[in-house]
Design a protein around this ligand. Structure first.
Ligand code: ADP
Ligand code: MG
Length: 259
């Protein structure tokens, strides 16, 4: 990987100042992400994962350190960085096509080409028939896919996903994380995904960053290499890889969760 990184997180620390004093959320986090990589981020609840993504997105300013995307320092939210939360934010009064076009509409960039592209993506990812439906008429998984397509329409250089599937039931989560993993690989989207699901992180990611308890520091970054069933690469199928359990146990131990 001699190419320039898409994302450089340089020595980020974050202290929240609250009425009850200071909360140290992040300490000295430093890593790079290269084009097309999918990076999973796991860590104990409340350790600072969402804070880290918000800093990378430019929504909040770190106490120290900086974030560089494609060589440029991030100081505020930008259209080059797509950000998706746990609950997809589709607008109920807009149909799916109108929702998918929203990002471009804000930028005043809806034209014939944009509409064609939206329709092509909706078709490719199984939502073609639903372009005139309203969000409430779709299943949770379909809404999540529509939200992803909306994010991809503006062609972000970096995609940030904060527990994107955690509001879904288990079966839907498995299916949609598989589909979204396939979309990200196919479209070569550089992605950072926070998840509390270790198996999901292993099955989708090229690397997994393990964070410590608060303040979050990097405990370890693990390269994931799974021998997936030949010719059938997909996150679900990769769960059958013989190495899977080994990674699972290793991450579980590192996370060191006490209840
Ligand atoms: P995670 O996403 O890993 O569960 P968060 O990044 O949401 O963790 O939160 C990390 C810590 O920072 C928590 O202790 C949380 O209470 C605190 N925190 C998050 N946002 C704020 C805020 N805006 N003001 C003060 N404290 C915050
Ligand atoms: Mg969070």
């Amino acid at each position: 990987m001699s190419k320039d990184p898409v994302l450089e997180v340089k020595n980020i620390s974050m202290i929240y100042h609250t009425l009850n004093g200071e909360v140290k959320a992040i300490e000295n986090i430093d890593f790079k992400v290269y084009e097309g990589e999918i990076i999973g981020i796991v860590g104990p609840s409340g350790c600072g994962k969402s804070t880290l993504l918000s800093i990378i997105s430019g929504l909040i300013k770190p106490s120290t350190g900086e974030v560089i995307v494609k060589g440029k320092k991030i100081t505020k939210p930008s259209k080059n960085i797509g950000y998706m939360f746990q609950k997809e934010q589709l607008f109920e009064w807009r149909n799916i096509l109108q929702n998918v076009l929203l990002g471009l509409e804000i930028q005043n960039k809806v034209d014939k080409m944009a509409i064609e592209k939206a329709e092509r993506l909706l078709n490719t990812y199984g939502l073609g028939e639903f372009k005139e439906s309203y969000p409430r008429q779709l299943s949770g998984g379909m809404r999540q896919r529509a939200a992803l397509i909306r994010t991809l329409m503006v062609e972000p250089e970096l995609l940030l996903l904060d527990e994107p599937f955690s509001a879904l039931d288990y079966q839907t989560r498995l299916a949609i994380s598989d589909e979204i993993g396939l979309i990200l690989k196919k479209e070569n989207i550089t992605t950072l995904m926070v998840t509390h699901d270790i198996a999901e992180a292993i099955s989708i990611s090229d690397r997994v960053i393990i964070l410590s308890n608060r303040p979050a520091t990097i405990k370890e970054i693990i390269d994931i290499e799974l021998t997936c069933p030949e010719g059938r690469w997909s996150p679900i199928n990769c769960r059958e890889a013989p190495e899977f359990r080994h990674y699972f146990n290793r991450i579980w131990k590192e996370l060191d969760i006490h209840v």
